[in-house]
Design a protein around this ligand. Structure first.
Ligand SMILES: Nc1ncnc2c1ncn2[C@@H]1O[C@H](COP(=O)(O)OP(=O)(O)OP(=O)(O)O)[C@@H](O)[C@H]1O
Ligand SMILES: [Mg+2]
Length: 499
């Protein structure tokens, strides 16, 4: 079988960073070829070179037997190479259909946009994908998972021969991942070559044929998925033996840190009651869209509540503004880092010190620069943030490394109560194990953690107790001995007799 796409001896140098060194890989039609590697290994850079976002410093891209030099993504799309990037690029005030056809709008003979046809064709694709979305909905009103479906619909509409997906499942729940994999299988049957990036290795055996491991910008090996174990892949990613990375600890519950009573926001969540204790990691499980993020944003004061009470260390508080939550030492790591987590045009130091500034920061009104630097350095080291130095602008960090900076800034902020919304999304196995260790330290030193996670192995591996939400309500609570896949699924799933 002839490869449809080849990269040959590709190197890419950014100022201060060699992102790729002499990488050669062949991609075949009708196959899923996965790229794996730690954060900053060069995966996204490679696919940006293939898709015309960057040009290589050295080496070539050969497509359908001919060398190509795309100088912009439009050329790659026209040639049949479509990409779903790690950071979604949805225009929030356009409809689903307008997003799908953005830049390739269908026009009538008169030259006017053929909205009816774009809506119809989009709806056909959405129905074919079996996703419950309307072509005419405004994209900004959809959650991250639904916005991702727009990107997938777009790729399908482009009839591409090569489809590249950069961590497409990181914001999807299990149910939606199944829907995505159905699409992947259909694309395979159409003889499309898929290039797939993921940090969730169990996905490899579900859909992939080949896997290439990248480490520090170099190709370690390309292997047939059926011929290697997950453990072998992990070891070659990190370059050493990896143990159990959840590293589960037995914690002892301390005093009450956060209690909410009858928290309600009409139409979003209702009658939410729970208590988070010091010395405990409280998991929040459920399907994407169950209302977990909304509850946490409301507690943090980012959105309002209609009813209910919040108590911090036993005292009732009104948190109608994030600055009040921060003043009560509550930190929130949001699920959508591009929207709420980071200042992408600022450097690591500025981002790390952001929430802690009100407390420490000032001597006679000036920002304490030395303190800022010390803290930034400390958390860069602890979380192994890969960047040339602490003045690196966030925009140029790999996705997983941006996420590490968010975690660092809340750890640096002296929070007592940390709310983590899908905190390890896009984080590699090695950094995860570091991060879980930091979480264990945090609660063992008297902090309380609330962790939303849609990854069941993570909830099972890390949480001391789990609350499950379904359709805006708490559907159950599991003590440590009760936490297992079956009970989690049971409480999270929408059953037909309900409602
Ligand atoms: N535009 C840029 N300018 C400078 N450095 C960059 C730029 N884009 C990427 N890099 C650097 O190149 C290296 C590879 O980054 P890349 O985004 O390809 O990693 P990745 O394997 O996709 O990681 P992740 O799993 O975190 O998404 C990183 O060190 C990153 O900081
Ligand atoms: Mg990446």
């Amino acid at each position: 079988m002839e490869p449809i796409l080849q990269v040959k001896n590709i190197s890419k140098v950014f100022p201060g960073v060699k992102a790729l060194t002499d990488v050669s890989i062949d991609f075949y039609p009708g196959e899923v070829h996965t790229l794996v590697g730690e954060n900053g290994a060069g995966k996204s850079t490679l696919i940006k070179i293939i898709s015309g976002v960057y040009s290589p410093t050295e080496g070539s891209v050969i497509y359908e037997g001919k060398e190509v030099e795309f100088t912009n993504p439009g050329q790659a799309i026209n040639a049949g190479i479509a990409v779903i990037h790690q950071e979604l690029s949805i225009a929030k005030d356009l409809t689903v259909a307008e997003n799908v056809w953005l830049g390739r709008e269908i026009k009538k003979k008169s030259g006017f946009l053929d909205k009816a046809r774009m809506n119809r064709e989009t709806q056909d694709i959405l129905d074919f994908m079996k996703v419950n979305l309307k072509a005419t909905e405004i994209a900004g009103s959809l959650n991250a998972a639904q916005q991702q479906m727009i990107e997938i619909a777009k790729v399908i509409s482009q009839n591409a021969k090569v489809v590249i997906m950069d961590e497409p499942t990181s914001s999807l729940s299990e149910h939606e991942i199944d829907a995505l994999f159905t699409q992947v299988k259909i694309l395979k049957e159409k003889n499309v070559a898929l290039i797939y990036i993921t940090h969730r290795l169990k996905e490899l055996t579900m859909i992939c044929e080949r896997v290439t491991v990248l480490r520090d910008g170099c190709k370690v090996d390309t292997m047939m998925v059926g011929e290697v174990t997950e453990k072998q892949i992990v070891n070659s990613m990190v370059g050493r033996e990896m143990g159990d990375y959840y590293n589960k600890h037995k914690h002892t519950r301390g005093k009450e840190m956060l209690r909410v009573e009858h928290l309600t926001r009409k139409g979003v969540f209702e009658d939410i009651n729970f208590t988070a204790y010091a010395g405990e990691i409280l998991g929040f499980s459920g399907l994407v869209g169950a209302g977990r993020t909304e509850v946490m944003e409301a507690i943090f004061g980012a959105t309002h509540i209609d009813e209910g009470k919040i108590f911090v260390e036993g005292k009732e508080v009104v948190l109608d503004n994030p600055s009040k939550a921060i003043a009560h030492n509550i930190g929130l790591v949001t699920e959508d880092r591009r929207r709420t987590g980071l200042l992408l045009a600022k450097n690591i130091v500025e981002n790390t010190s952001l929430p802690s500034l009100p407390a420490h920061a000032r001597t006679l009104g000036f920002v304490n620069k030395a303190w800022e630097r010390k803290v930034a350095k400390e958390y860069m080291d602890k979380l192994k943030v890969k960047a040339p130095d602490m003045y690196t602008i966030l925009n140029t960090l790999s996705g997983g490394n941006q996420q590490k900076v968010i975690l660092g800034k809340w750890l640096a902020a002296d929070s007592n109560i940390l709310i983590l919304d899908e905190p390890t999304r896009g984080i590699d196995v090695n950094a995860r194990s570091e991060f879980y260790a930091l979480m264990h330290d945090f609660v063992e030193n008297g902090g309380a953690i609330i962790m939303i996670s849609s990854e069941m192995p993570e909830i099972i591996g890390v949480a001391d107790r789990v609350i499950v939400m379904r359709e805006g309500r708490i559907s159950g609570e599991l003590s440590e001995e009760e936490i297992n896949e079956q009970s989690l699924i049971g409480l999270a799933s929408i059953t037909t007799e309900a409602s």
